[in-house]
Design a protein around this ligand. Structure first.
Ligand code: HSE
Length: 358
C-alpha cells in the first residue's frame, strides 16, 4: 500500500520559498528514501489568513513552519501539535522561548517536533547533540552562531564600515527582519538556549542568558585586535558543572588561528565537549534559504522514516527537560568592565577556560 504524507507549509519568505521548491524538485528522492510520497496540501502565510484552516485539513500529517517570530507562529505550531500533526520548524525564537512547553505538548500528543534548521541552518548541530551524542554526557557547547555579526565583523576587518556591512547581510537575506536581534546578541542567545535544552536536558529559555551585542564594536577595536593577533567574534557558550549551568553570548577576542576566528561571512562554527566523544567541531553555512531547506528536508525524511516504521516510533520516548532554577553568566570580567568599552577587550580573550572549566 502506498504511504502518503500530507504536508502543510507555513511561510513564503527566504526559507519557505526554498523549501517549497525542494519539495517539488526532491519529491522522488524523498519517496525513494522513505517509502512515503509527499503531497503538498497548501502554503499559507501570516497574511493569507488561511493557516489554521490548512492545519485542520485532515490530510495534513506534517507541518513545516517557516513563518518566524513568536506571535502567529506560536499559535500555528501549538494548533498543529494539538491536532496531532508532526511539526518541523526553522523558528529559533519560538523554540528558544517556548520550547519546553511545545516539546511537552508534542510528547503529550505523541508527535514529533523537529528543529534542526533553527540552529546554524545547514550545520547539523541539533542532530549531533540529540542523536550522535545521545549516549554521552555533554559538558560544554560554544560557537560562533550568528552569521550577520560575523559578516559585519569580517567586512570591517576588510575595511568596510558597519552600515555597509549590515546592508549587505540584509540584502543576502541573512539578517533577521529586525537586525537588532542579530546585533544585540538575541539571535545567538536563542540558538544557544535551544542547544542547551537538548545538550543539558534542561528547560533553559533564552531570556535567562546574559547577552551583549556588537553595537559597541568599532573599526578601531577591530584593527587594534588584529594588530594584537586577535579577531572579534560574537561567541555564545555554555558550560555545565556540579555548581550549575553558566551561559553567555558576547563579543570576545579570539586568537587568529582559533577556528572561531577563521569564520567569515555567514559561516558558523560550533564546538561541543563531551565526556567520551571528547571535543567535536562542526562548521558550515549558518543562514540562507538553501542552507535552511537542507536540514528541513533532512528532518522531513527522518520523520517519514520513523512514521513508516511505526514500531520504532512507539518505543521512542519524547525528550524530557528538567526545570532550571538559574543560569549564571559565563565570561569573566564582563560585568566589571561594562562601563569601560575601550578596555574590556583585555578581559575577554577566549581561552579554553572560558567555556570548559570554571
Ligand atoms: N540572522 C541569522 C544569522 C540567520 O545571521 O545567523 C540564521 O539564523
Amino acid at each position: 500500500m502506498q504511504l502518503i504524507a500530507g504536508i502543510a507549509l507555513l511561510g513564503n519568505g527566504t526559507v519557505g520559498r526554498a523549501v517549497a521548491q525542494r519539495l517539488r524538485e526532491h519529491a522522488e528522492l524523498i519517496e525513494r528514501r522513505t517509502g512515503v510520497r509527499c503531497e503538498l496540501r497548501g502554503i499559507a502565510t501570516r497574511r493569507s489568513g488561511d493557516a489554521l484552516a490548512l492545519l485542520d485539513d485532515p490530510h495534513v500529517d506534517v507541518v513545516i513552519e517557516a513563518v518566524g517570530g513568536t506571535g502567529a507562529a506560536a499559535e500555528y505550531v501549538e494548533h498543529a501539535l494539538d491536532r496531532g500533526r508532526h511539526v518541523i520548524t526553522a523558528n529559533k525564537d519560538l523554540i528558544a522561548t517556548q520550547g519546553p512547553r511545545l516539546i511537552a505538548l508534542a510528547a503529550t500528543r505523541g508527535v514529533s517536533l523537529r528543529y534542526e534548521a533553527a540552529v546554524c541552518s545547514a550545520v547539523p548541530v541539533v542532530r549531533t547533540i540529540a542523536d550522535a551524542l545521545a549516549g554521552d554526557t555533554i559538558h560544554s557547547v560554544a560557537g560562533v552562531m550568528n552569521g550577520t555579526t560575523t559578516a559585519i565583523l569580517s567586512a570591517m576587518e576588510n575595511g568596510a564600515d558597519y552600515a555597509a556591512a549590515l546592508l549587505d547581510a540584509q540584502e543576502h537575506g541573512y539578517a533577521e527582519a529586525d537586525p537588532a536581534a542579530d546585533i544585540e546578541g538575541f539571535d545567538a542567545a536563542h540558538k544557544l538556549a535551544l542547544l542547551l535544552q537538548r545538550a543539558f536536558e534542561a528547560a533553559i529559555i533564552s531570556p535567562r542568558i546574559r547577552k551583549t551585542g556588537i553595537a559597541g564594536v568599532t573599526r578601531e577595536h577591530v584593527v587594534q585586535a588584529e594588530a594584537s593577533g586577535y579577531r572579534i567574534r560574537l561567541v555564545a557558550a555554555a558550560h555545565r558543572s556540579r555548581s550549575g549551568i553558566a551561559a553567555e553570548a558576547a563579543p570576545l577576542l579570539v586568537p587568529l588561528m582559533h577556528p572561531f576566528a577563521q569564520t567569515s561571512g555567514v559561516e558558523n562554527v560550533v564546538r561541543i565537549d563531551a565526556a567520551d566523544a571528547g571535543t567535536l567541531w562542526l562548521h558550515g553555512q549558518g543562514a540562507g534559504g538553501a542552507a535552511s531547506a537542507s536540514p528541513i528536508l533532512g528532518d522531513l525524511v527522518t520523520l517519514l522514516r520513523d512514521r513508516a516504521d511505526r514500531r520504532a516510533r512507539s518505543h521512542a520516548p519524547a525528550p524530557r527537560l528538567e526545570p532550571v532554577i538559574d543560569v549564571s553568566p559565563l565570561f569573566f570580567g564582563l560585568e566589571r568592565h561594562r562601563e569601560l568599552p575601550y578596555s574590556i577587550w583585555n578581559e575577554r580573550i577566549i581561552t579554553d577556560d572560558c567555556y570548559s572549566t570554571r
